[in-house]
Design a binder for this molecule. Sequence first.
Ligand code: PXP
Length: 237
Amino acid sequence: MTKLSVNINKIATIRNARGGNIPDVRLAAINCEKFGAEGITVHPRPDERHITYQDVYDIRPIITTEFNIEGYPSKKFIDLVCKVKPHQVTLVPDPPDAITSNAGWDTIKHKDFLIEVISEFKEKGIRTSIFVDTDLKNIDGAAKINTDRIELYTEPYASGFSINKEKAVTDFTRAAQHALKHGLQINAGHDLNLENLKYFVKNVPGISEVSIGHALISDALYFGLDNTIKLYLRELR
Ligand code: PXP
């Protein structure tokens, strides 16, 4: 069964537009869980323009499901994650000024770095996941660095979906089959939404978790957070 982790960065973006504490990200995390989310994801960026480092500390104690922290493994990020000890850390290769994550790791080029960082998290008992595209070379590389999971970068699927969904999903099905053969667990995320989610999980084997932020929080403007989370869960079941 695929779990739904809700990325609450967008809640922090709205809060930060005004200063103050509206909307309250802690309350949003509590409510997402109350409404059925099976995990909460945050992505603190170096400039803290959405989720701040302090938010991560504040949210940690109220999580009753699964806490996933995403980010580029800078020294500051590694220290934060090791102190906060989430259930899962997802490593993304994005530069500090990226608007959003826009590529997976080159797991061959960054092999030594990833091995080192992953072993540090594993010593703390934190499950690791690394963001990758569907290139089988990068999946082979992921299998050699001792990560528990990969997270498939689904933007190319989402952008191809409305043109030709069968074609858009092909590389993902193949990549997932390949990852499963290596014994890797698989997450997925980026630009998943109410239109493309069901087809993805139906056609890509072994997806343990999806993390969804932008579309889900936007849908909540129209349907409310409670209904929206239930609509996403319905697509996954
Ligand atoms: N996974 C990763 C690694 C991300 O960086 C993001 C965006 O922060 C997501 C998933 C969620 O993407 P979206 O906001 O498009 O649902």
